[in-house]
Design a binder for this molecule. Sequence first.
Ligand code: ADP
Length: 264
Amino acid sequence: MIDGSTTPMENDLRRARDELELRVAERTRELAQAVRVRDEFLSIASHELKTPLTALRLRAQLRERALQTSGTDYFTADRIRQMVETDLKDIGRIIHLVDNMLDITRLQAGKLRLEKEPLDLSALVREVIQRFERQIMASGSSIRIEAPEPVQGRWDRYRIEQVFTNLLTNAVKYGAGNPISVAVWGTPEGGHLRVSDGGIGIAAEDQLRIFRQFERATGEDSGTTGLGLGLYIVRQIVESHGGKITVQSESGRGSSFTVELPYE
Ligand code: ADP
């Protein structure tokens, strides 16, 4: 226009352009943040994988040297037993990390398919505890189980085992050697599972975010390591069964995680 003022159409165009620019800037920020989270995850994951791998390689090199200098004499039954035990521990750690990473990929692709079957929650809990007994003893903790009756439902055995294993290993890891207790019971709404420890606890402000991806409430100085994926995977599995998970905790006063699963 000759007098320099703008027409309504020009105004609309300008507004649309400003809005578009704002949206592009916002999306760019989101993408940059996603890349940062991914890079941080890759760096922690590589570090976590490298620790047990380096330990395995070091021990393999020591054995090679022992074989060269002392022949097979070095390899007494006791030494071999000890080697197998430490190797299995490190291999277990690597497998656990890789499994978690695969689960994250599956979850992000929306491919976590459940294979439900009749399952007794009480029996499953006892089975898993038996498998972890040595690890629990080694941590200095003791464990009490309260699962007086079968609690039958239709759940994915492998996934529910994963839920319980994650909660149990966290109770051992963050339990500071204090007693752990596990309870299983049924209500008309569904099966319930509770894992409680008397360990370091979780501050109120951290209790929501620990269920999100890559979130840890404990720093590296705590001496514990982890990718911050376990509870995220646990929550996804529980929710895909139509259930829910809650935490009750106080800093320094232990934690109690409760899972509720509808029977079907
Ligand atoms: P990770 O143990 O690999 O860090 P998780 O997702 O299992 O990852 O747990 C997330 C965070 O929640 C942990 O880093 C820890 O800070 C906190 N946490 C989980 N379980 C417990 C527990 N039983 N007691 C205290 N803190 C816990």
